[in-house]
Design a binder for this molecule. Structure first.
Ligand SMILES: Cc1cc2nc3c(=O)[nH]c(=O)nc-3n(C[C@H](O)[C@H](O)[C@H](O)COP(=O)(O)O)c2cc1C
Length: 336
């Protein structure tokens, strides 16, 4: 590859002007805490704390303060991720902490989005349909995350990242909202895929699963080893945990996990018999207590087959970015 300097086109967007590479570590409930978010921020990306399920304002205060401390006393490049169906007190708490950015996804977030915009903290909205992307445009989001079906964790879009990202970009363009940066999320675990996302017109990549399998993530070592051993074909989108009430996500939203003994036994469909439901619920509750990885859900994107070890978040960040640049350079050399 010819030696090239980075022109950093993402820096024109206020939200991304302080990033050394357009890589965002997704907010992941119970996975991305202060250590992971601050390591990504220190590496030059935007690192989110997954706070959507926080039950007490004190916990978010503590976690964000810790992240700031680890980030050299700065809020720069540290974000807080929320979901649309949590209480407005959590939105107020997150705003009061003045993070670099706030992220919101799922549920009805119109009111929360308006509050965040009023606070002048940059707002990122994750969407799974073109209609939702246009709504996010109307809410004046500072960036829109287009989440494809390869994504780990919760989602609801049937469309792959490869098809969904350009469709969202075109729709926003046609609606006169082409100035809003669109970031690609779903299955992106290495530099080749990031290069592909940039080729689609994305302003950057949102990466979840690869950062979940880093030293700084909150997952246990045993869970991380399950991820390292998994391949794309081991993952599947399921709704059973939510339908059983083990989780509390709105109807219509499912999630990609590593298939396990529990999902093999019960399939992906909702259990209809009351007795079956009761037994399965008890099984999940016990497994959660015992840490039984054959039953509890391990949220995981389809890019998992490209993740071969547990590395530091900084190494993951650098590998994705240098890999993307190498691939883009090689393509330019070969085709231009
Ligand atoms: C373990 C895990 C937990 C997640 N938790 C959340 C969450 O709390 N809030 C949210 O908006 N997205 C969550 N996501 C989805 C991410 O925002 C993102 O869309 C996804 O990770 C991108 O796909 P990838 O995992 O293949 O990189 C989670 C993803 C994973 C893998």
């Amino acid at each position: 590859m010819a030696s090239r300097t980075v022109k950093a086109p993402w820096k024109v967007f206020g939200l991304m002007s302080q990033l050394s590479a357009p890589i965002v570590a997704a907010p992941m409930n119970g996975v991305s805490g202060p250590e992971l978010a601050s390591s990504v921020a220190q590496a030059g990306g935007l690192g989110f704390i997954g706070a959507g399920m926080v039950k007490d304002a004190k916990d978010l205060h503590r976690d964000f303060k810790r992240a700031v401390e680890l980030n050299g006393g700065s809020e720069s490049r540290l974000g807080i991720g929320l979901v649309g169906f949590t209480g407005s007190w959590l939105v107020d708490t997150a705003i009061s902490l003045r993070p670099h950015a706030l992220w919101i996804s799922f549920g009805d977030y119109q009111e929360a989005a308006a509050k965040i915009k009023k606070s002048s903290i940059p707002l990122m909205i994750m969407v799974q349909s073109v209609e939702e992307a246009l709504k996010a445009g109307d809410l004046d989001a500072d960036a829109i995350v287009a989440q494809g079906s390869e994504s780990g964790g919760h989602g609801c879009g049937p469309t792959s990242t490869l098809c969904f990202v350009p469709e969202v970009i075109d729709a926003l363009q046609q609606a006169g909202k082409g100035h809003i940066p669109v970031l690609a999320a779903g299955g992106i675990a290495d530099g080749r895929q990031m290069a592909a996302a940039l080729a689609l017109g994305a302003a950057g990549a949102v990466v979840g699963t690869r950062f979940a399998v880093t030293k700084e993530s909150m997952l246990s070592e045993a869970k991380k080893q399950r991820y390292v051993a998994a391949k794309a074909a081991d993952t599947q989108r399921v709704r059973i945990y939510d339908d059983l009430g083990a989780l509390d996500w709105p109807v219509g939203i499912d999630g990609r996990i590593i298939a396990n003994a529990f999902t093999s036994a019960h399939g992906t469909a909702t259990l209809t018999e009351e007795e079956q439901q009761k037994t399965a619920k008890e099984e999940i509750a016990k497994a959660t207590q015992d840490g039984n990885l054959d039953v509890v859900p391990l949220w995981c994107g389809a890019g998992i087959g490209l993740i071969h070890s547990v590395e530091s978040a900084e190494d993951a960040f650098n590998a994705i970015w240098s890999g993307a640049r190498a691939r883009l350079g090689a393509l330019a050399d070969a085709y231009l």
